[in-house]
Design a protein around this ligand. Sequence first.
Ligand code: IMP
Ligand code: MG
Length: 176
Amino acid sequence: MIISKPYLTVEQIQHKVKELAGRISADYRGKEILAVGILKGAFMFFTDMVKLIQVPVEIDFLVASSYIKTRTTGEVKIHADIREEIKGKHVILFEDIVDTGITLKFIKDTLLSRDPASLKICTFLDKKAHRQADLDLEYVGYEIPDEYVVGYGLDYDNKFRNLPYIAVFKEDSAHS
Ligand code: IMP
Ligand code: MG
């Protein structure tokens, strides 16, 4: 396997996080947010974001998966649901990356059925090449091309999540 040099540096990530948190703070002025981090992938992005959001925030998490190594299985599992009541609340889902959109579409539909006041999506990365689900993404950090990326929470086989930057991951077929 090969990991590229940073594709998005720590500085680029922090710059984008500030920009997104600023937009959310402005859009939700006078309101409260229920911020939901989608684990595991969004853990770094989520903590960076909530530190900079300037309106009152409740925190919750949801654990979901649809991927085995680098391929989506198409089947979404919610391993741990949020614990807060969301009826009447302004919910923002924080995700690391949207690829086919199947995972978030499933989560969004599940939560919408519980009657929140509003529900928006904030994703750090948007990889449009294989989009299948019809999904509005209100807050997007970076659009990226069709590459498999790791770091800043994103994994390959549950590894590389701890890299502080985003790098491109490639299987090295000659040596794997
Ligand atoms: P989707 O259902 O295809 O949109 O998949 C979304 C989930 O797949 C994300 O939350 C990630 O956990 C994972 N994923 C998709 N693309 C990548 C990638 O390039 N690197 C790491 N994980 C990815
Ligand atoms: Mg994820």
